[in-house]
Design a binder for this molecule. Structure first.
Ligand code: RTP
Ligand code: MG
Length: 140
């Protein structure tokens, strides 16, 4: 498998509870390297744009309100098979269904407040990275 990059967000429920370091440790233990990172407070416009694909879903309003409720940490993770590996470390969207040892099993509060976001495919990873980072902000 080739070296890939994926996009990650440490969500408001996790930054609020000071879990940033514990979550990054999970990425690093899985062989993912943080090659770009910044703490931001998303604007409503940014959150709506980022989650535009979910615009018609019943939870969209709630999701946007949550994502702008506290700062987040946006990151680019690099490693072998990084997209799938990150999804594995994150665990299922609903923490009740997440496997033991995953970030969502250990830290998530609910299906909405689930501590992390991770890109789901190569194409979305590239788009999401570009949404938040300039090329020169990523140091591999
Ligand atoms: P993500 O995109 O955040 O990595 O998570 P995912 O692929 O596992 O989940 P997705 O279906 O893409 O949903 C995006 C985010 O919306 C929130 N959500 N809330 N209340 C609900 O039923 C519900 N369903 C999804 C979660 O924060 C989810 O991560
Ligand atoms: Mg998703």
């Amino acid at each position: 498998m080739a070296i890939q990059r994926t996009f990650s967000i440490i969500k408001p429920d996790a930054t609020k509870r000071n879990l940033t370091g514990k979550i990054i440790a999970k990425f690093e233990e899985a062989g993912l390297r943080v090659v770009a990172s910044k703490r931001i407070h998303m604007t409503r416009e940014q959150a709506e744009g980022f989650y535009a694909v979910h615009k018609e879903r019943p939870f969209f309003g709630e999701l946007v309100d949550f994502m702008i409720s506290e700062p987040v940490v946006v990151q680019v993770l690099e490693g072998e098979d990084a997209i799938a590996k990150n999804r594995e470390v994150m665990g299922a969207t609903n923490p009740a269904e997440a496997a033991p040892g995953t970030i969502r099993k250990e830290f998530a509060l609910s299906i909405g407040e689930n501590s992390v976001h991770g890109s789901d495919a190569a194409e979305t990873a590239a788009e999401e990275i570009k949404f938040f980072f300039k090329d020169e902000e990523i140091v591999g």
